[in-house]
Design a protein around this ligand. Structure first.
Ligand SMILES: Nc1ncnc2c1ncn2[C@@H]1O[C@H](COP(=O)(O)OP(=O)(O)OP(=O)(O)O)[C@@H](O)[C@H]1O
Length: 485
């Protein structure tokens, strides 16, 4: 079906131009970049066209020839087309900053065909077109609130609290509840995949929930840099500055990216000052504390320390289990506790890896039509876990087990069959099987020359007892954690 089926002469000038462009631009580009645009108004002989975000500015360059050609062919009384975001649109009152759908400009509303056209236009938005992983507009309108780039899954509700993150989470919530009055800036730092981005988005959602009119912007430092470079190149620095200095909450991620980028630092310095002076909230995330951002100039670094600095430490075992179970729940899967414990104690890196292991497991079990059991998990994640644990040696296991049970390593190798020795030995053999690539005979050799069937029996015993005996299970998990570093 054609984009416009009514006679084009009854349409506003931008709709007429779009109707012409539709025949010349490939479908996907048209749906992605041109359909979300809106006629705003004509002033003098300048046609103003609304774009959802600054990202759409490039269409001015990309389609300038085609637009010019359409204007000539249609004999429109237009000399220039200017693409404006909501903030830049001279026809819009600045008050409406909620990211909601823009009101029809008053002069346009008086034209009877306008609302009708908007409606027709909306109906034709391609539901298959995607932006940032979300359908651009299932309901027929561009989702202006997604312009804040917030992931709907990253909310406070979905964030699992643990010892390592509770301070950062509390600080984030305080900021979301009282933007610019609790801590400004809030500086979050922590290792890869620790939940910094999640907390930033959660702040965005919570502010939006409490203050729907607030203008929130989440941006990575890399995107900030790229947009600045583009704006410099296209002589659009004023609109770039207005955009970032006009927000109520700026959430800027991975600030370490601007290290050694002098021009970006300069620009961000002014953005920071403008926002701070006008009591707007700034939240910054980084992989390290301000003091360690050696290649960021002092005046910026010191500003990062003006408010509150909160770090996120790696999650402990219990938090990892809770994260896994929450994630499984959101995938409508049931994760038995022994499975969650197994994954949590074997995946030692970050939460993203943890989630990766779970997603892989769920997909694998679905594909093979299997239930999620400990056995299935061990099979499915074997390779994944092996790569994480390949450096663990049997000696290291024996040492860790001996220390845990306050005994000597040599005792694990002797022919002593008292229970005080047998259980630690069995645990050590079990760990050797799961955390190293050693064969059963090899394990037997390293435990004073035990037969491989003894090793096999030990492993089976611990496997079974882990399920019934919580204390023993906790000990095994703790040892795995220690060995995994
Ligand atoms: N405490 C938590 N509760 C629930 N999910 C979490 C938690 N911490 C991290 N995650 C999840 O882990 C994944 C990675 O988190 P996120 O992207 O926020 O990490 P990050 O610290 O920003 O990492 P990077 O430095 O790589 O950008 C996300 O899917 C996030 O939802």
């Amino acid at each position: 079906m054609s984009f416009v089926s009514t006679p084009t002469s009854t349409l506003n000038p931008w709709m007429q131009i779009l109707a012409a462009l539709e025949k010349k631009v490939n479908r996907q580009s048209f749906d992605t970049w041109l359909k979300p645009t809106r006629y705003s108004h004509v002033a003098g002989r300048i046609l103003y066209v609304r774009i959802p975000t600054e990202e759409f500015q490039h269409i001015g360059d990309k389609y300038s020839d085609l637009v010019g050609e359409a204007i000539d062919n249609l004999k429109l009384e237009v000399d220039d087309v200017v693409f404006v975001t909501q903030e830049e649109d001279p026809s819009q009152p600045p008050a409406r900053k909620d990211g909601g759908f823009p009101p029809v400009p008053s002069h346009a509303a008086s034209a009877p065909q306008q609302s009708n056209q908007n409606h027709r236009y909306s109906d034709h938005v391609n539901p298959g077109a995607r932006r940032n992983g979300h359908p651009v507009e299932q309901q027929g309108r561009f989702d202006w609130s997604s312009a804040a780039q917030l992931n709907p899954r990253y909310t406070f509700d979905n964030f699992v609290i643990g010892n390592g993150n509770q301070f950062a989470r509390a600080a984030s919530l305080a900021v979301a509840e009282r933007p610019s009055r609790a801590y400004n800036p809030l500086f979050l730092y922590g290792g890869v995949g620790m939940g910094k981005t999640h907390l930033m988005h959660a702040i965005g959602h919570e502010v939006k929930r409490r203050q729907p009119i607030y203008n929130i912007c989440y941006v990575s430092a890399e995107k900030f840099t790229n947009e600045m470079i583009n704006s410099l190149r296209n002589d659009r620095m004023t609109s770039f500055r207005d955009r970032f200095r006009g927000v109520d909450v700026l959430l800027i991620d991975d600030i370490q990216f601007i290290a050694q980028k002098e021009r970006t630092q300069e620009e961000f310095f002014h953005t920071f000052n403008a926002l701070h002076e006008s009591m707007k909230q700034i939240v910054i995330a980084s992989d390290r504390p301000p003091k360690e951002l050696a290649e960021i100039e002092d005046r910026l670094r010191s500003r990062f320390e003006w408010g509150l600095i909160a770090d996120i430490q790696p999650p402990d075992l219990e938090t990892k289990v809770a994260i896994l179970q929450k994630k499984a729940e959101s995938e409508q899967s049931v994760l038995p506790t022994d499975v969650a414990l197994f994954i949590a104690s074997n995946v030692r890196t970050n939460v993203r890896e943890l989630e990766g292991a779970l997603v892989r497991l769920i997909a694998w079990c679905n594909m093979n039509n299997m239930e999620i059991t400990l056995q299935a998990t061990q099979q499915c994640l074997k390779q994944f876990i092996d790569t994480q644990v390949r450096k663990i040696t049997i000696e290291a296991i024996q040492k860790a087990v001996a220390e845990n049970f306050a005994m000597r390593v040599s005792e694990l190798k002797q022919r002593n069959n008292s229970r005080a020795v047998v259980v630690p030995r069995q645990i050590a053999m079990y760990l050797a099987k799961h955390l190293t690539e050693a064969s059963l005979p090899e394990i037997g050799r390293q435990f004073g020359g035990k037969h491989h069937t003894t090793v096999m029996h030990s492993i089976a015993k611990i496997d079974e007892q882990r399920r019934a005996d919580k204390d023993l299970n906790r000990t095994v998990n703790k040892l795995q954690e220690i060995l995994n570093g």
